[in-house]
Design a protein around this ligand. Structure first.
Ligand code: FAD
Length: 417
């Protein structure tokens, strides 16, 4: 019997494996990085806004507890590094999972049998091509769950969804800090006392600016510029006291204070047109409206997009704008929803014309930025039930609202079966 291949050993991929095992199915988890939670480790210095009670999956906890694991304090807020060390690594080490995870295995293509997708391949096993340090290999699978996240494909800094002029030049790339630089730790030498620009409106940008503001207290000569495509920072300040997750609300409020205190300089309506390195080695940032400035480094916190090349030989059905499964997209479209809440949904909403293939976790949200772990755990619980031939009806989710809900956010609590 071929295994169910799960692509990605992040929180959702490992939860998928735990749910599959509970239902008597055989998972095989492929992880591109050299350890489970490799993507989360890259933002390990950031504290989650969700306390532990919202970031643990029930089936995973049952596996862990069978090995005497003690859950962290439910109200405490883990960092990304805590999530990996205290939850994902112990989970990957339980005997039921340990032999079923292959690190250093990057999935690079998925197909079915030996025919391309123009042929009828119903019932034919999937083939997942993996690349390892030893070369390429093909693995057979009864079903595939793509839980590979979006961390590996950040959006470009250029406003139109394609790189700004010069953005791809190696000299420019050297002055780019990535989405969530560790400005108080590993990246401190590149930012302390320097002029750093942060471009973006979401939680990554907010976290980086707050850390830069803390660094400026130690190195007051630093200049921090926050470049925002929107014409107002209000949405980034979030719902404050109205946020169902107090830490998420507090982040925006702290940012408002550092902006109002003049610690961070704010530029709104900032659409980056061109990046170039000057004769003195600084980064010249030119905006579409003619404004320009020079900085030492730029953190492009412009959110992420799903990597779709991997899925080229599958019959997927994705929303053309959000790039999420087409039945999920209207429930999370960032143009309509800001709440952070979503109706519970599972196998039916996430299904594609390619029977037995699912996208789950962060990647299932496509370009929408509001994914929460609790949503993903319910997705994979329902997918595992479906694959086991059991009732996959989604169970109600109780997600904390952001406090900045738009009218369009109201909707049913459960969608699909
Ligand atoms: C800074 C930050 C803070 C967040 N805070 C919260 C929070 O407080 N609460 C909350 O609910 N959510 C939070 N999220 C959102 C979300 O829950 C996380 O991004 C979470 O890590 C998503 O889990 P995932 O398993 O879907 O993807 P990931 O954690 O990204 O895991 C995907 C895994 O797949 C691997 N991979 C990628 N491509 C391949 C491939 N081709 N082949 C094999 N393996 C591959 C990666 O190396 C990675 O290990 C936060 C996100 C960020 C970035």
């Amino acid at each position: 019997m071929n295994p169910v291949v799960v692509i990605g050993a992040g929180p959702i991929g490992l939860a998928a494996a735990a749910h599959l095992i509970e239902r008597g199915l055989e998972p095989l988890v492929l992880e591109a990085g050299d350890h489970v939670g490799a993507a989360v480790s890259e933002w390990g210095h950031i504290r989650l806004f969700s306390p532990w009670r919202y970031v643990l999956d029930a089936a995973s906890v049952r596996l862990l507890q069978s090995q005497g694991w003690e859950a962290p304090r439910p109200a405490a807020l883990p960092t990304g590094a805590d999530l990996v060390a205290e939850y994902l690594q112990p989970l990957a080490a339980v005997p039921q999972l340990a032999g079923r995870i292959r690190t250093g295995h990057r999935a690079v293509a998925i197909t079915r049998g030996h025919r391309d997708k123009t042929h009828d391949r119903a019932g034919v096993p999937f083939q997942v091509r993996v690349r390892t340090s030893e070369g390429a290999a093909d693995l057979s699978a009864a079903a595939v769950i793509d839980a590979s996240g979006t961390w590996g494909s950040p959006n470009p800094v250029g406003a139109g969804g394609i790189p700004a002029a010069g953005e791809d030049e190696p000299e420019v790339a050297q002055r780019m800090l990535g989405s969530l630089p560790d400005v108080l730790g590993a990246d401190r030498d590149r930012t302390a006392g320097k002029h750093v620009m942060v471009l973006g409106a979401g939680h990554s940008a907010v976290n980086t600016m707050l850390n830069l503001a803390a660094l400026k207290r130690a190195e007051p000569s630093a200049t921090i510029t926050w470049a925002l495509r929107a014409d107002s920072p209000e949405r980034s300040y979030g719902g404050g006291d109205a946020d169902g997750l107090p830490e998420r609300g507090a982040l925006g409020e702290r940012l408002r204070r550092v902006v109002e205190a003049g610690i961070v300089d704010l530029i709104t309506s900032a659409e980056v047109h061109q990046l170039a390195v000057t004769a003195s080695g600084r980064l010249a940032v030119q905006f579409r409206d003619g404004r320009s400035t020079e900085v030492d480094a730029l953190a492009g916190a412009t959110e992420f997009r799903p990597e779709l090349q991997l899925l080229r030989e599958l019959r997927t059905e994705l929303d053309p704008a959000v790039e999420a499964p087409s039945r999920l997209a209207p429930l999370i479209d960032p143009a309509l929803h800001s709440c952070g809440t979503v109706p519970a949904h599972g196998a039916e909403v996430l299904a594609h014309p390619e029977e037995g293939f699912f996208i789950a976790g962060m990647k299932s949200y496509g370009r929408a930025p509001t994914f929460l772990l609790a949503t993903g755990y319910e997705q994979v619980r329902s997918i595992a039930a479906h694959l086991a031939g059991e009732d996959s009806t989604p169970q109600d989710l109780n997600l904390p609202e952001t406090g900045v809900c738009s009218a369009a956010d109201a909707g049913p609590a459960v969608v699909g079966r």
